[in-house]
Ligand binder design. Sequence first.
Ligand code: GDP
Ligand code: MG
Length: 180
Amino acid sequence: MQNNQKEHLYKILVIGDLGVGKTSIIKRYVHQTYSTNYRATIGVDFALKVLNWDSKTVRLQLWDIAGQERFGNMTRVYYREAMGAFIVFDVTRPATFEAVTKWKQDLDSKLTLASGQSIPTVLLANKCDQGRDIFLNNGIRMDQFCKDNGFVGWFETSAKENININEAANFLVKHVIASE
Ligand code: GDP
Ligand code: MG
Protein backbone atom coordinates (compact mmCIF):
# COMPACT_ATOMS: atom_id res chain seq x y z
CA MET A 1 0.00 0.00 0.00
CA GLN A 2 2.71 2.42 1.01
CA ASN A 3 4.79 1.52 -2.02
CA ASN A 4 1.84 1.88 -4.27
CA GLN A 5 1.12 5.34 -2.91
CA LYS A 6 4.69 6.42 -3.32
CA GLU A 7 4.69 5.22 -6.90
CA HIS A 8 2.05 7.74 -7.85
CA LEU A 9 3.27 10.74 -5.90
CA TYR A 10 4.76 13.27 -8.28
CA LYS A 11 6.66 16.38 -7.36
CA ILE A 12 5.67 19.10 -9.83
CA LEU A 13 7.48 22.44 -9.98
CA VAL A 14 5.76 25.71 -10.80
CA ILE A 15 8.37 28.28 -11.78
CA GLY A 16 8.61 31.60 -13.57
CA ASP A 17 9.05 35.26 -12.75
CA LEU A 18 7.47 37.09 -9.85
CA GLY A 19 3.85 38.07 -10.37
CA VAL A 20 3.09 35.85 -13.37
CA GLY A 21 0.41 33.99 -11.41
CA LYS A 22 2.13 30.84 -10.12
CA THR A 23 0.46 30.95 -6.72
CA SER A 24 -2.89 31.87 -8.27
CA ILE A 25 -2.73 28.91 -10.66
CA ILE A 26 -1.98 26.52 -7.81
CA LYS A 27 -4.76 27.95 -5.62
CA ARG A 28 -7.21 27.72 -8.49
CA TYR A 29 -6.21 24.18 -9.37
CA VAL A 30 -6.07 22.79 -5.84
CA HIS A 31 -8.52 24.90 -3.84
CA GLN A 32 -10.82 26.28 -6.58
CA THR A 33 -10.25 29.77 -5.27
CA TYR A 34 -8.86 33.01 -6.63
CA SER A 35 -7.85 36.22 -4.89
CA THR A 36 -5.96 39.30 -6.03
CA ASN A 37 -3.35 39.27 -3.31
CA TYR A 38 -1.28 36.34 -2.24
CA ARG A 39 1.65 37.24 -0.07
CA ALA A 40 5.05 36.56 -1.60
CA THR A 41 6.38 34.98 1.54
CA ILE A 42 9.92 33.73 1.40
CA GLY A 43 10.08 29.98 1.48
CA VAL A 44 8.53 27.02 -0.20
CA ASP A 45 4.83 26.27 -0.30
CA PHE A 46 3.32 22.92 -1.17
CA ALA A 47 -0.13 22.00 -2.29
CA LEU A 48 -1.42 18.52 -2.87
CA LYS A 49 -3.82 17.66 -5.65
CA VAL A 50 -5.28 14.16 -5.75
CA LEU A 51 -6.48 12.80 -9.07
CA ASN A 52 -8.18 9.62 -10.15
CA TRP A 53 -6.21 8.50 -13.14
CA ASP A 54 -7.01 5.28 -15.00
CA SER A 55 -8.45 3.80 -11.78
CA LYS A 56 -5.27 4.73 -9.92
CA THR A 57 -4.79 7.50 -7.41
CA VAL A 58 -2.24 10.06 -8.53
CA ARG A 59 -0.98 12.63 -6.06
CA LEU A 60 0.57 15.81 -7.37
CA GLN A 61 2.74 17.69 -4.95
CA LEU A 62 2.87 21.19 -6.40
CA TRP A 63 5.88 23.24 -5.37
CA ASP A 64 5.38 26.98 -5.34
CA ILE A 65 8.44 29.20 -5.13
CA ALA A 66 7.43 31.90 -2.73
CA GLY A 67 9.57 34.98 -3.00
CA GLN A 68 12.74 33.38 -4.29
CA GLU A 69 11.85 33.81 -7.95
CA ARG A 70 13.24 37.34 -7.80
CA PHE A 71 16.71 35.76 -8.06
CA GLY A 72 15.85 34.12 -11.37
CA ASN A 73 17.12 30.67 -10.47
CA MET A 74 16.66 27.96 -7.90
CA THR A 75 19.01 25.51 -6.25
CA ARG A 76 19.64 21.96 -7.35
CA VAL A 77 18.23 20.80 -4.01
CA TYR A 78 14.95 22.56 -4.73
CA TYR A 79 14.58 20.85 -8.10
CA ARG A 80 15.60 17.43 -6.82
CA GLU A 81 13.31 14.51 -7.71
CA ALA A 82 10.77 16.65 -9.52
CA MET A 83 8.94 14.69 -12.19
CA GLY A 84 7.38 17.53 -14.14
CA ALA A 85 7.23 21.30 -14.32
CA PHE A 86 5.17 24.27 -15.36
CA ILE A 87 7.00 27.36 -16.48
CA VAL A 88 4.67 30.33 -16.33
CA PHE A 89 4.77 33.74 -17.98
CA ASP A 90 2.36 36.69 -17.99
CA VAL A 91 0.99 37.52 -21.44
CA THR A 92 0.79 41.20 -20.48
CA ARG A 93 4.51 41.45 -19.65
CA PRO A 94 6.90 40.46 -22.48
CA ALA A 95 9.89 40.41 -20.11
CA THR A 96 8.38 37.45 -18.31
CA PHE A 97 8.25 35.58 -21.61
CA GLU A 98 11.90 36.40 -22.26
CA ALA A 99 12.69 34.90 -18.85
CA VAL A 100 11.11 31.58 -19.83
CA THR A 101 14.20 30.26 -21.63
CA LYS A 102 16.34 31.25 -18.66
CA TRP A 103 14.09 29.29 -16.30
CA LYS A 104 14.13 26.30 -18.65
CA GLN A 105 17.91 26.33 -18.85
CA ASP A 106 18.22 26.64 -15.09
CA LEU A 107 15.92 23.67 -14.63
CA ASP A 108 17.58 21.48 -17.28
CA SER A 109 21.09 22.29 -16.04
CA LYS A 110 20.24 21.16 -12.51
CA LEU A 111 17.88 18.24 -13.03
CA THR A 112 17.48 15.37 -15.46
CA LEU A 113 15.58 12.10 -15.34
CA ALA A 114 17.47 8.85 -14.80
CA SER A 115 17.28 8.43 -18.58
CA GLY A 116 19.25 11.65 -19.01
CA GLN A 117 16.26 13.44 -20.49
CA SER A 118 14.88 16.67 -19.13
CA ILE A 119 11.68 16.42 -17.10
CA PRO A 120 8.41 17.05 -18.99
CA THR A 121 7.76 20.78 -18.88
CA VAL A 122 4.65 22.65 -19.98
CA LEU A 123 4.67 26.36 -20.80
CA LEU A 124 1.76 28.40 -19.41
CA ALA A 125 0.83 31.74 -20.99
CA ASN A 126 -1.13 33.04 -18.02
CA LYS A 127 -3.60 35.95 -17.67
CA CYS A 128 -5.10 35.20 -21.07
CA ASP A 129 -8.26 36.92 -19.79
CA GLN A 130 -6.30 40.15 -20.31
CA GLY A 131 -6.23 39.73 -24.07
CA ARG A 132 -3.90 37.88 -26.37
CA ASP A 133 -0.30 38.91 -26.23
CA ILE A 134 1.70 39.53 -29.41
CA PHE A 135 3.50 36.20 -28.96
CA LEU A 136 0.24 34.35 -29.10
CA ASN A 137 -1.18 35.87 -32.26
CA ASN A 138 0.46 33.10 -34.21
CA GLY A 139 0.06 29.67 -32.65
CA ILE A 140 2.66 28.18 -34.96
CA ARG A 141 5.33 30.40 -33.50
CA MET A 142 4.52 29.23 -30.02
CA ASP A 143 4.51 25.62 -31.18
CA GLN A 144 7.91 26.20 -32.75
CA PHE A 145 9.15 27.93 -29.61
CA CYS A 146 8.15 24.87 -27.58
CA LYS A 147 9.88 22.53 -30.00
CA ASP A 148 13.06 24.62 -30.04
CA ASN A 149 13.18 24.92 -26.28
CA GLY A 150 12.13 21.46 -25.20
CA PHE A 151 8.64 22.12 -23.87
CA VAL A 152 6.17 19.28 -24.32
CA GLY A 153 3.43 21.82 -25.00
CA TRP A 154 1.86 25.14 -24.06
CA PHE A 155 -1.49 26.45 -22.90
CA GLU A 156 -3.06 29.86 -22.57
CA THR A 157 -4.38 29.93 -19.01
CA SER A 158 -6.26 32.18 -16.67
CA ALA A 159 -6.26 31.55 -12.96
CA LYS A 160 -8.79 34.35 -12.67
CA GLU A 161 -11.31 32.90 -15.11
CA ASN A 162 -10.33 29.27 -14.59
CA ILE A 163 -9.30 28.69 -18.18
CA ASN A 164 -7.25 25.66 -19.25
CA ILE A 165 -5.70 24.91 -15.88
CA ASN A 166 -7.14 21.42 -15.52
CA GLU A 167 -6.36 20.75 -19.18
CA ALA A 168 -2.73 21.80 -18.77
CA ALA A 169 -2.35 19.70 -15.63
CA ASN A 170 -3.83 16.62 -17.27
CA PHE A 171 -1.54 17.11 -20.24
CA LEU A 172 1.50 17.33 -17.97
CA VAL A 173 0.48 14.26 -15.94
CA LYS A 174 0.11 12.26 -19.14
CA HIS A 175 3.68 13.15 -20.10
CA VAL A 176 5.01 12.53 -16.59
CA ILE A 177 3.52 9.04 -16.53
CA ALA A 178 4.86 8.30 -20.01
CA SER A 179 8.36 9.44 -19.06
CA GLU A 180 8.58 7.45 -15.84
P1 GDP B 1 3.26 34.71 -8.48
O1 GDP B 1 4.18 35.75 -7.93
O2 GDP B 1 3.78 34.14 -9.77
O3 GDP B 1 2.91 33.66 -7.50
O4 GDP B 1 1.91 35.49 -8.88
P2 GDP B 1 0.53 35.61 -8.06
O5 GDP B 1 -0.23 34.34 -8.13
O6 GDP B 1 0.81 36.15 -6.71
O7 GDP B 1 -0.25 36.67 -8.96
C1 GDP B 1 0.24 37.98 -9.17
C2 GDP B 1 -0.92 38.91 -9.49
O8 GDP B 1 -1.49 38.55 -10.74
C3 GDP B 1 -2.04 38.83 -8.45
O9 GDP B 1 -2.57 40.12 -8.25
C4 GDP B 1 -3.06 37.94 -9.12
O10 GDP B 1 -4.37 38.23 -8.70
C5 GDP B 1 -2.86 38.27 -10.60
N1 GDP B 1 -3.22 37.14 -11.47
C6 GDP B 1 -2.82 35.86 -11.36
N2 GDP B 1 -3.35 35.09 -12.31
C7 GDP B 1 -4.12 35.90 -13.07
C8 GDP B 1 -4.95 35.69 -14.22
O11 GDP B 1 -5.09 34.60 -14.76
N3 GDP B 1 -5.56 36.81 -14.74
C9 GDP B 1 -5.44 38.04 -14.18
N4 GDP B 1 -6.08 39.05 -14.77
N5 GDP B 1 -4.67 38.26 -13.10
C10 GDP B 1 -4.02 37.22 -12.54
MG1 MG C 1 3.63 33.39 -5.53
